[in-house]
Design a protein around this ligand. Sequence first.
Ligand code: HEM
Length: 137
Amino acid sequence: MPWLLVVHIVFLLVWCGTLLYLPALIADSYGADFDPSREPGVLPPRRLFNLLATPAALLTIASGTLLFLVQGIFGVWLVLKLTAVAVMAICHVVCGALILRLESEPRSGVAFPCVVLAATSALAVLCAVWLVLAKPD
Ligand code: HEM
């Protein structure tokens, strides 16, 4: 089913993009120089997280699971890939938790958690893509 693979790739590109961009956006929106008058209402990190990142994550996982069920393929690479996807999902949840915490304490330190989140997400995305393309036994 080539169309399912295309759907999978489109949603995973959106999820990976938002996962890599969110830490930078969070670091830019909050922190010591946070100014509540600059951006009243819902801040961009929460909008991006709710409207794009979370739906893309769910649809990537749903389309990947469908691909797995339809093609019936299995291998060590898939187990390792799912481990990398689990790390991406944990980074996603931590991003959401960080946004919630910063909404109540906007001036707390954000640089360190954002650097760790960005680096871990990038590593997990690279591992997942390498595993699915190389398919090591
Ligand atoms: C629960 C989550 C996921 C499952 C079950 C899943 C499963 C699959 C399956 C079964 C394929 C078809 C492989 C083939 O035809 O040889 C596939 C393709 C692919 N997946 Fe996923 N996937 C998931 C999430 C992800 C994520 C998060 C990424 C990227 C970070 C990703 C990257 C890719 C790529 C690049 C392909 C195309 C590989 C090719 O055409 O050779 N997948 N996925």
